[in-house]
Ligand binder design. Structure first.
Ligand SMILES: *Cc1c(COP(=O)(O)O)cnc(C)c1O
Length: 422
């Protein structure tokens, strides 16, 4: 009897594994066959997520250390966000801005308060928010600064990542982002990230804005030299130029403070927000600024069918409420210090350098050992999902709901991978 049962169980198990592996391969084949190849995913097919952990179609669990490039700061399916979204999806989802809805006002008021600004302009994707900041800056330049018609310039930083529209890639320095997409939008100048003297030289009477990430996320979690953000603020003040901070990836608690600019007590003229603003449930983005800047926008001059819709506003409002307590900022700071300790021990034996701010790390892998891609592939085998940034850099951004035990898993996986590859 026992033997028969054991035998049947074994057969079932092997059938299960075979079927699931087939499923996984089938999903990859379907995706590669019918969806354009604009990404190069790791070979894992995810089916479920909860908190900091995800499960693939074969039932394997992984610690999600990419967290949707920081869109999942609150983890997968945070109960508060799910409850608010379910409630709103059953009530009212889309009105268009042709009418008012009862969700946008409270969201706008509280997001404005969180940023310390007077107004917001809601959009959907991060790139749309960046586009909005560009348009607002130019319009402010013509109407307020007195820049001659069509002459406005914006200074951006080398190594930037601000999204994928044709205008935004016009000032990208990443050849993958620009090749064969010309002609590009004029009106942008580039300076090396962190070089205040180059920035000073690039600003003239036509300059309406300096656009920067306070930490370059896609660039490899690059932290500018101490004092740079303050110097940019001072320079923008003295030249009557808007300081535009793209906090889409760095903002909303990731670095241990609400905004990465807070680390230097700097307040930009325009905050650009996205990713975590949608709680990982929905695309929600916005810019925040005072009335002397955002007031240049008048009816019919900018818009989006989905921007500020009631579902987005409800989710965004809950995100803002969760950030108001400071709990997630504190978690990011303390967990980040814990993670930094674990990672620093591998500098010199597998890692060339580790940069951290809050629960956000860029790890430069020793090229003698492996590429960033090889390391992320090996981490997958140890139950950790991460993504290489540029070439040798692995970027870590675990959900802020992760525990110290989760981070032990992450550091342990890294140690195992480094030991195997070295
Ligand atoms: C992700 C990102 C964007 C673009 O956001 P999308 O939602 O992908 O359009 C812009 N800026 C920064 C800093 C980002 O990390």
């Amino acid at each position: 009897m026992t033997g028969v049962t054991a035998c049947a169980t074994m057969t079932n198990m092997s059938e299960t594994i075979t079927r699931h592996q087939t499923q996984s391969a089938a999903h990859i084949e379907l995706t590669e066959g019918y969806a354009a190849h604009n990404y190069h995913p790791l070979r894992v097919v995810l089916a479920k997520g909860e908190g900091a952990w995800v499960t693939d179609v074969e039932g394997n669990r992984y610690l999600d250390c990419l967290a949707g490039y920081s869109a999942l700061n609150f983890g997968h399916g945070h109960p508060r966000l799910l409850a608010r979204a379910h409630q709103q999806i059953d009530t009212l989802t889309l009105t268009s801005r042709a009418f008012y809805n009862d969700q946008l006002g409270p969201f706008a008021r509280d997001l404005a308060a969180l940023t310390g600004k007077e107004m917001i302009l809601p959009m959907n994707s991060g790139a749309e928010a960046v586009e909005t900041a560009i348009k607002v800056s130019r319009k402010w330049g013509y109407l307020t600064k007195g820049v001659p018609e069509s002459q406005a310039t914006i200074v951006a930083m080398e190594g930037n990542f601000h999204g994928r529209t044709t205008t935004i890639v016009s000032f990208s320095t990443d050849p993958d982002a620009t090749k064969d997409y010309a002609p590009f939008t004029p009106g942008f100048r580039l300076v090396p990230y962190g070089d205040i003297e180059a920035l000073r030289s690039a600003i003239d009477d036509t300059t309406v804005a300096v656009l920067l990430e306070p930490i370059q996320g896609e660039g490899g979690v690059i932290i500018p030299p101490e004092g740079f953000l303050q110097d940019v603020r001072t320079l923008c003040n003295s030249t009557n130029t808007l300081m535009v901070a793209d906090e889409i990836q760095s903002g909303l608690a990731r670095t241990g403070k609400t905004f990465a600019c807070d680390h230097e007590d700097v307040v930009p003229d325009i905050y650009v927000l996205g990713k975590a603003l949608g709680g990982g449930l929905y695309p929600v983005s916005a810019i925040a600024a005072d009335v002397d800047v955002l007031g240049v926008i008048t009816p019919g001059t900018h818009g989006s069918t989905f921007g500020g819709n009631p579902l987005a506003a409800a989710i965004g409002h809950e995100v803002v409420a969760m950030l108001q307590t400071g709990e997630f900022q504190e978690r990011a700071a303390s967990l980040g210090a814990y993670l930094a300790d674990g990672l620093q021990s591998m500098v010199g034996s597998g890692f060339e350098a580790v940069r951290t701010r809050g629960l956000w790390a860029g790890i430069d892998i020793d090229p003698a050992i492996a590429t960033g891609r090889h390391v992320t592939e090996a981490l997958l085998g140890h139950g950790v999902l991460a993504k290489e940034a540029h070439g040798q850099t692995v970027r870590l951004a675990p959900p802020l709901v992760a525990t110290e035990e989760d981070l032990d898993v992450l550091v342990g996986a890294f140690r195992a991978v480094i030991t195997t590859l070295a």
